[in-house]
Design a protein around this ligand. Structure first.
Ligand code: SF4
Length: 297
């Protein structure tokens, strides 16, 4: 029996053999490799090698969530995507906001390990114990906004969708995996969208409603009551101006990724695209990832 906070199961889907396997999350594994990133790194390390081609069927594409995902802890509904990266050829982890992580974990799993490669475009539907590999020929070629909209109509409006667009399908080495439809939260690092595309996997639809068990629930809730007010007031700049709130400050210290880090300074431009400027000129609304009291998007 694995510690509370974990769901105790790892879902494996072999797209080549169209096979679904459910394994236990081992107690030792959970203690030693904490959270989604720990679990994902361990699985990738053990099951791939230096020879593994990032875009070959032998690469794994792992989605994993942490202990707090699906609980009431603020900003906890994020998820990790882990694979060998086609951009760097080595280990890659991309962290994604949004609501997908919560819906996935509440299906009853700590991680999803995708292996092999489908022959034709498919999507994966996970509704707790019901896991199906479905035809995605009608979605191939569509962008992530449209694909998510169609899939929600087809499966359930309460479902969440992680999908790739045309970049992932065409194996662009910086393609992202996107969640939350037109609110667009991204697992954007390392071209993991291309890994998904190489497996001909267009999307993963999740719709879990299970509860995440918590040890010492009363203590946990009391602690949350203490912390949440501070979280609402302290990161004011992030709430008002998004991640770009600190852009000018970064520019001041030469820390802007201009031309892929060939340069770090852009005196004449930084002020024109920073958070406060965008808030004055193009801000149309705000969006928050699951359980987040900041809402930087
Ligand atoms: S809305 Fe912003 S602050 Fe909140 S979890 Fe998402 S990325 Fe983080």
């Amino acid at each position: 029996m694995v510690a509370k906070g974990y769901m105790g199961k790892i879902l494996r889907v072999d797209l080549s053999r169209r096979k679904v396997i459910i394994e236990d999350t081992e107690e030792e594994q959970a203690k030693k490799y904490i959270g989604g990133s720990g679990l994902g790194a361990k699985i990738l390390f053990e099951e791939t090698s230096v020879e593994t081609n990032p875009l070959g069927s032998e690469n794994l594409l792992i989605f994993a969530v942490g202990l707090l995902t699906g609980t009431r802890v603020f900003s906890s509904d994020r998820s990790e995507v882990i694979a060998k990266s086609p951009a760097t050829g080595i280990y890659c982890e991309a962290n994604c906001g949004g609501h997908w992580g919560e819906k996935f974990k509440r299906c009853g799993y700590d991680a999803l390990v995708i292996q092999g490669k489908a022959e034709v475009p498919v999507y994966l539907s996970i509704d707790e114990d019901q896991v199906e590999i479905k035809d995605a020929s009608h979605l191939w070629g569509k962008d992530t906004f449209e694909a998510a909209k169609i899939l929600k109509e087809e499966r359930s409006e309460s479902a969440q969708v992680a999908a790739i667009g045309q970049a992932g399908e065409n194996l662009v080495k910086f393609a992202a995996i996107m969640t939350d439809g037109e609110h667009g939260r991204a697992a954007g690092r390392g071209g993991l969208g291309a890994v998904m595309g190489s497996k001909k996997l267009k999307a993963i639809v999740v719709n879990g409603k299970r509860k995440v068990d918590i040890a010492q629930e009363e203590k946990f809730n009391n602690l949350l009551r203490k912390i949440v007010p501070t979280m609402k007031t302290d990161p004011q700049a992030l709430a008002q101006f998004g991640t770009s709130a600190g852009l000018v400050l970064c520019e001041n210290i030469g820390d802007l990724p201009i031309k892929n880090w060939y340069q770090g300074k852009w005196e004449q431009g930084a002020g024109k695209i920073c958070g406060p400027t965008m808030a004055k000129t193009i801000l149309a609304g705000r969006y928050a990832c699951g359980r987040c009291v900041i809402g930087c998007a």
